[in-house]
Design a protein around this ligand. Structure first.
Ligand code: IPM
Ligand code: MN
Length: 362
């Protein structure tokens, strides 16, 4: 049985607590021999101490690992001279330097979770937002202009290669799913503003070219403003949504809000050879160290990591373990005895971790 090296960056704020929780759950699911977690430095606190948000040895270990598990990074007030946050740079450097071009954000309503959208039940909201993760407006990170404190610009960058590969990723993902809950139709929805900007018209045109290779998957379009309404009024229509980086960042939080919030929002940031897995919630420094954070987003990101490793390495046992972790989380939520605070309960991070581990041990 192969052992997988997992580069583990706990980071800042609640990062250590939720990361340790995920390590406990994944170890319970897979056993102590399958996953080797190596703790690595990085983040805003590390920058304050050493001047490096992503130390060279951490980056080298991430590059050499089978996968990267990350807690969270960022502390208020720790910013660069240009005003941008230091902590986020850990994350963004890994994305760009490891070319993690597909940021996969499942939007799924779990049993036991009450959606703020009235009358929607588990199973009716189950889609995936795939955010292009290496260009768009984020390509300008660190490159924008601030001229004399009078005018500032950032450039939106859309490349044929960038769109082709993320669009193809989405059509392939749709083929592995069961279609939209509403009608079972395999569907990729292109989220853009092609009506206004040439960059987004180009984004849509390249998606159209890719779509011609997938006549079994329907292509659909929604402007970035309109889709925010559709995600609230017809969430069961969606199967896979593809969006440019900034639009994907925004609509993925909205999507998370419709299924319980960022405390349950998993993410998998995938390239051809590397994957970074973390909850999409950020470091929440206001509740750090209080055992109050929900670890579910990081645990579910860990499940995405097992599934991705299983697919990358043809390891069927790991893919089954991913299913078991998701089923254990759903069983805990459905039982309603150990409910995270962000979902209306009072369970601590360690109590939630123990409850998921008990489910796995059954
Ligand atoms: C996300 C976060 C990141 C982003 C931050 C932490 C760099 O908001 O992963 O959604 O802006 O992409
Ligand atoms: Mn975000």
């Amino acid at each position: 049985m192969q052992t997988y090296d997992i580069a583990t960056i706990e980071g800042d704020g609640i990062g250590p607590e939720v990361c340790q929780s995920a390590v406990s759950v994944l170890t319970e699911a897979c056993g102590t021999q399958r996953l080797r977690f190596t703790q690595l430095g990085g983040g805003a606190a590390h920058y304050v101490k050493t001047g490096a948000v992503l130390p060279d040895d951490t980056y080298a270990a991430c590059k050499a690992s089978h996968a990267i598990l990350h807690g969270a990074a960022g502390l208020p007030g720790v910013t660069y001279a240009d005003g941008t946050e230091v902590g986020n740079d850990l994350h963004l450097q890994l994305r760009f330097r490891l070319d993690l071009f597909a940021n996969v954000r499942p939007i799924r309503l779990y049993s036991g979770v009450q959606s703020p959208l009235r009358d929607w039940q588990p199973g009716q909201i189950d889609y995936v937002i795939v955010r292009e993760n290496t260009e768009g407006l984020y390509a300008s990170r660190g490159g924008g202009i601030n001229l004399r404190g009078e005018v500032a610009t950032d450039t939106l960058v859309v490349t044929r290669k960038g769109v082709e590969r993320v669009a193809r990723f989405c059509f392939e993902l749709s083929r592995r799913r069961q279609g939209a809950p509403r009608d079972g139709q395999r569907r990729v929805t292109v989220c853009d503003k092609a009506n206004i900007l040439r960059t987004y018209a180009f984004f849509r045109a390249v998606c159209d070219e890719v779509a011609r290779e997938y006549d079994d998957v329907q292509i659909d379009y929604a402007y970035a403003d309109a889709i925010t309404v559709h995600m609230l009024k017809k969430p069961d229509f969606y199967d896979v949504i593809v969006a440019e980086n900034m639009f994907g960042d925004i609509i993925s939080d909205l999507g998370a809000g419709t299924v319980g919030g960022l405390g349950i929002a998993a993410s998998a940031e995938l390239g051809e050879t590397h994957g970074l897995f973390q909850g999409a919630h950020g470091s929440a420094p206001d509740i750090a160290g209080q055992n109050a954070a929900s670890p579910l987003a990081t645990i579910l990101s860990g499940a995405l990591m097992l599934r991705w490793l299983g697919e990358q390495h043809g390891d069927e046992a790991l893919r089954r373990d991913a299913d078991r972790v998701e089923q254990a989380v759903e069983a805990v939520l459905a039982a309603g005895q150990t409910v995270p605070r962000d979902l209306g309960g009072n369970a601590s991070c360690t109590e939630i971790t123990a409850a998921v581990c008990r489910q796995l041990a059954r």
